[in-house]
Ligand binder design. Structure first.
Ligand code: PLP
Length: 446
């Protein structure tokens, strides 16, 4: 490597030093896929070629790319206050963003703790659950219940409650005493369903079995995504989340909805909790809160949970938790400008109106080679491809190579599943272009 005083123009710019996350590095570095700019519905390759964004970056750029009010707010914040300590001090704007989020969140989810990534938000929520029960004299409630095929980020908390074998098997001991609900997905009962499937609400009753096994007095919280996003967009069966809410409430168990993907309009509402008409005890959010422009995440917490901590001498810290960058001024500025945009452009409502056209475009891919299921719900859709025998994920990788290099389209792939999730500003023409690009890739795939 060049020494620190090498002029930047002469320093090496090699592919090897960067360990690309969640990516097959050797294949990627043979034929990299690069984005050098973005505006509206498109990315730009380094040579200026437009690439249609079919997955909102990574489910975060809900208002489209390069939105001027957000850019300006970030620039102004950087020039005014680059950083302020979040412990023992605060900025005026962080209170404003918190109040706006409290107004947006359902029920009495009136308090917010900020973090920087979805993974940190999940860790934060799990810790708050433990602290809450302890503050109320129920310190035996230390067990968490996650769900098979759940994704809650990559921290030790998130992989423990998550249900993706590949994310867990390499990392040895995780959180103690975690158990999992079964996945709500069964292709034999649900294939090619538009929206929430009819079959599967009874799977929420599995929680009663886990309560009988472990005893409610040992269980702190249940954490699920309303729509399991990263394992392929698995919508909840009709009535499933409502049942989970009822059972958790009956047993004093907290319900955490991980809305890192579903928050901020993706399901046609501010939060998926609104779509399903439930008030969870905590909501984790990230991604869309700043339209992806600056890292920010957080946990919305019910009033009673916050208040349970507001005891003891007033000069003593109530919750020993926080990050150096909790409520960072640039992220707060981006968050406020993003919420203004969502409101002024009616983007959550727009997502709701686009849902039928999106579902129709996606369902029209039925019958193409290797397509074994399509699951549109809100503005997210999983498309499962039959894996090549003995070569899982090969087809998925082939599709992303083809759509980037040959068709100038970007769609998220996980294994052999495509996850389409366009920005909420998409038009009918964009939806059709995404559909046509996927169709073209499927017709020529390996
Ligand atoms: N929780 C859910 C539901 C997610 O979808 C994700 C990321 O996609 C995370 C947590 C982790 O977020 P991050 O990658 O910002 O840590």
């Amino acid at each position: 490597m060049a020494p620190l005083d090498t002029p930047r123009s002469l320093s090496p710019n090699e592919l090897e030093p960067y360990w690309v996350p969640f990516t097959p590095n050797r294949a990627f570095k043979k034929r990299p896929r690069l984005f050098a700019g973005a505006k509206g519905m498109h990315y730009f390759k380094p040579d200026g070629t437009k690439v249609l964004d079919g997955s909102s970056g990574l489910f975060c750029v809900n208002a489209g790319h390069g939105r001027e009010p957000i850019t300006k707010a970030i620039q102004q914040a950087a020039a005014t206050l680059d950083f302020a300590p979040p412990f023992m001090y605060a900025t005026p704007q962080v209170f404003e963003l918190s109040s706006r989020l409290a107004m947006l969140a359902p029920g009495d989810l009136d308090h917010v703790l900020f973090a920087n990534s979805g993974s940190e938000a999940v860790d934060t929520a799990l810790k708050v659950a433990l602290a809450y029960h302890r503050a109320r004299g129920e310190g035996s409630r230390t067990r968490f219940i996650g769900r098979e095929r759940g994704y809650h980020g990559v921290g030790f908390g998130g992989i423990s409650v998550g249900g993706i074998p590949g994310n867990r098997k390499m990392f040895g001991n995780m959180l103690y005493g975690v158990d999992h609900l079964p996945t709500t997905y069964d292709r034999s009962k649900q294939a090619f369903t538009v929206g929430e499937p009819e079959w599967g609400a009874h799977l929420a009753d599995e929680l009663n079995r886990l309560i009988a096994l472990h005893d409610a007095s040992t269980i702190a919280a249940v954490i699920v995504e309303p729509v399991a996003g990263s394992t392929g967009a698995l919508p909840p069966p009709k009535g499933y989340l409502e049942r989970l809410r009822t059972i958790t409430a009956q047993h004093g168990i907290l319900l955490i909805l991980d809305e890192v993907i579903t928050g901020f309009g993706r399901m046609g509402h501010a939060f998926a909790a609104d779509r399903y008409n439930i008030v969870p005890d905590m909501i984790t959010f990230a991604k869309g809160v700043t339209n992806g422009a600056v890292p920010m995440s957080g946990v919305m917490v019910r009033k009673g949970i916050y208040e349970a901590h507001m005891t003891g001498p007033e000069h003593v810290v109530e919750l020993f938790h926080g990050y150096t960058y909790s409520g960072h001024p640039l992220a707060v500025a981006a968050g406020l400008a993003t919420l203004d945009l969502y409101r002024d452009e009616g983007l959550f409502e727009r997502a709701k109106q686009l849902e039928p056209a999106f579902a129709e475009a996606m369902m029209s891919l039925k019958g193409l080679p290797a397509v074994v299921d399509i699951r549109p719900c809100g503005l997210i859709c999983g498309i499962d491809l039959e894996p090549l025998p003995g070569r899982p994920a090969a087809r998925g990788y082939d599709v992303i190579e083809r759509i980037y290099h040959e068709l100038n389209l970007y769609v998220r792939v996980t294994g052999d599943t495509l996850i389409v999730s366009p920005p909420l500003i998409a038009t009918q023409a964009h939806l059709e272009e995404i559909r046509d690009g996927i169709a073209a890739a499927l017709k020529t795939m390996i």
